[in-house]
Design a protein around this ligand. Sequence first.
Ligand code: SF4
Length: 221
Amino acid sequence: MYKVNEVFETIQGEGSFTGAAAIFIRLQGCPVGCSWCDTKHTWEIKDTLRQPLGDIVIKTAETEHWAEVSPAELLALFATEGYQAKHVVITGGEPCMYDLNPLCHILHQHGYSTQIETSGTFEVKAPADTWVTVSPKVNMAGGYTVLQSALDRANEIKHPVAMEKHVDELLQLLQRTDTTAKLVYLQPISQQRRATELAIAMCKRYNFRLSVQVHKYLGIS
Ligand code: SF4
C-alpha cells in the first residue's frame, strides 16, 4: 500500500522526459528537509489527514491530505479518470521511502513506462527498467546522505543549482560513480534569472545538460 498525496495527468517538465505526457503519482512523506522544497505539504504523514482516494483526485489545492492505495487501485483510477498518458512519474515527497517494485511491476504489465524522482537518500527499490532520476540532496536539514547505491542506479542525475557551490557538490558526487551511461543535468533552483544564468554558464563549462522546470514557465502542475 502507498500513501498518495495526489494523482494527476500533465506534461513532464523536467529532465530527459520533458514534454512527455505523464501521469504523476505523488507519494506522501519526506524527512530530507530541503529549505527550498516546493512540496513541503508532502513531508508529514498525519493520521488525521487520511482521506479516500476519491477526495485526493479532486484536490484543487496543495494539501497534506493523503490516501492509502494499492497498486491495483491506482491502475483502476487511471481508467476511471480517463488518463491517456502511458508514462508514469512516481514522485514525492521521497518516493523511495516505499518499495516501488509492486507498483512499477503492475504498471509495466499494463503497458506503462515508469520513472522515479528521488533525492538519492533512500535505497531505490524498483525494477531494472524503471527510469530513475536522482536529484541529489546534499547537506539538507534532515541529515541524510546521498547513497552510493542510488547514484549508481541513476539513469539521470538532475542537480538543483542556485550557487556555484552546488555545482562543486555535483562534481564531487560524480567522482563517486561511473557516468558513462548517465545523463547529467543542472536545473536552476528557481525561475529567477540569476539561477538560470549560472546553470547555463556551468552547463557550458562542464558539458552538462540544462533542465528548466518547463511546467512552471507554462503555469501548469
Ligand atoms: S527531497 Fe524533495 S520532497 Fe523532500 S524536502 Fe527535498 S525537495 Fe522536498
